[in-house]
Design a binder for this molecule. Structure first.
Ligand code: HAM
Length: 428
């Protein structure tokens, strides 16, 4: 019997989970301040949601989707339907927008989600099969200021949660017509190199030529660095849109680089595309990514709804933030050390009152241990204070409060322990 978690899927608990929740809660308040409303879509979607939008030729649809077979044949006798575990949030979001008419308000809609995603990829550092994305999406606006707003937001968000070292890379993918022209130019450019590239890349060049730019293979990178760029094929309107974004970002002091190799692996993108990368991550360097998807609703057979968004990978964010957060994650703790049964009864009820008042306290249910044993437990739990009560403290009404960081000890009236700890914890 295999009792291990499924490969590429992790249990989260202890200080790591506390650190996660702290970061998530900071992100939620930033998104809320920027006017985003939360949306939660189901884990399972119909397979078409992703086939029609992310695209049949994308790696996600081609080989990374987890499929779930709906039980038994349908009522009308058709074969059981295939459902998929959501591999990304944007297509599911667009499905929900259409289903509930969220675009019909006539004004800009801002939504965010914080949800697990599933992709059957080869697990490695920063790449999982169940991972968590926070995504932000804006609908009903084609204005380049919307693109700039989302880029300001992602830059601000990373800095606010403590990530300083990252690069925002942006590009324009133009219109479908511009991409088609660029694809032809790319194929022509690659023709003399066909013998030196492998079969997989050659196939990609035929089916989805732009995706060869997304390579991590150093020898192919060397070749494509000299390839024509999409910038040469942009129509005036796309060029203008992109230039406005760049000048807004410059005016707002948001650092960015223009990277013509950003093409994105999902079919729904047009115009603006971007990635945020960090050197701290190794080969899976993208902390977050996104772009415009004005044509996505049409892929679902609906009228156009302009949209743009990004998603950040929480596992990668936590990797960059490291363990520093994990150790700071818990609030301060007081360890209550009763020496003897009478002190135990007293501190046990005090401990519950203190917890109800919001103080983190711990008490051991071992009732016949000595002072040394209690102090060892307090140390193991990384407590800031130990409150010691034995028979002599009971008769004097004064507990010993030991600051375990400084070693200082003072007496505190037993009925004032709760107030004392509240005051001390406020200082930390
Ligand atoms: P994506 O580039 O596929 O875009 O994923 C966005 C982010 O999710 C990545 O930059 C990375 O941080 C994280 N990520 C992706 N795959 C994994 C994985 N296997 N393990 C850990 N983290 C991962 C999208 O998903 C688009 N829906 C983004 C978007 C929103 N575009 C417009 N709106």
């Amino acid at each position: 019997m295999n009792l291990k978690a499924v490969r590429g899927m992790h249990d989260l608990f202890g200080p790591e989970l506390v650190a996660w929740k702290k970061v998530e809660s900071r992100i939620h308040s930033i998104l809320s301040a920027f006017g985003f409303d939360e949306i939660r879509t189901p884990v399972l979607e119909h397979v078409e949601v992703f086939k029609q939008s992310v695209g049949d030729d994308s790696e996600i649809v081609e080989k990374q989707m987890y499929e779930v077979l709906e039980r038994g044949p349908t009522a009308d006798g058709k074969a059981a339907e295939k459902l998929v575990l959501r591999p990304e949030g944007t297509a599911a979001f667009a499905r929900a927008v259409l289903e509930h008419g969220l675009h019909r308000t006539g004004h800009i809609g801002r939504y965010y989600y914080s949800l697990p995603m599933f992709r059957h990829e080869r697990p490695q550092k920063g790449r999982l099969r169940q991972f968590h994305q926070v995504g932000a999406e804006i609908i009903n606006s084609t204005a380049p200021e919307t693109d700039a707003e989302l880029l300001v937001l992602i830059d601000h968000l990373f800095r606010e949660i403590g990530i300083q070292e990252f690069t925002l890379r942006i590009n324009s993918l133009g219109t479908a017509a511009a991409r088609a022209q660029f694809a032809e130019a790319l194929k022509k450019f690659m023709a003399p190199h066909l013998s030196s590239i492998d079969e997989v890349v050659r196939a990609k060049l035929q089916r989805a030529p732009l995706r060869i730019l997304d390579t991590k293979d150093p020898s192919l990178l060397e070749i494509v660095r000299n390839a024509p760029t999409i910038g040469e094929f942009l129509e005036p309107q796309s060029r203008q849109h992109f230039e406005t974004i760049c000048s807004r970002l410059t005016a707002l002091g948001v650092p960015f680089v223009i990277d013509p190799l950003i093409v994105r692996g999902l079919d729904y993108y047009s115009e603006t595309a971007f990635e945020v990368t960090s050197n701290a991550l190794g080969s899976q360097s993208a902390l977050g990514a996104g772009g415009r998807y004005d044509g996505l609703a049409e892929r679902f057979g609906a009228s156009p709804i302009p949209g743009i968004g990004w998603a950040i990978g929480l596992e990668r964010v936590m990797l960059v933030l490291g363990t520093q957060l994990a150790t700071e994650a818990h609030g301060p703790l007081a360890f209550l050390a009763p020496i003897g049964p009478a002190a135990f009864e007293l501190l046990l009820s005090k401990s519950l009152e203190m917890k109800k008042s919001g103080l983190r306290t711990e008490i051991s249910y071992e009732r016949d241990k000595g002072l040394k044993w209690h102090l060892k437990q307090a140390d193991r739990l990384n407590a800031q204070w130990a409150i010691l009560v034995g028979d002599s403290e009971l008769s004097s009404g004064l507990a010993q409060a030991k600051n375990l960081r400084t070693g200082d000890q003072q007496t505190v009236p037993i009925d004032k322990i709760q107030d004392f700890l509240h005051q001390e914890f406020q200082k930390t």
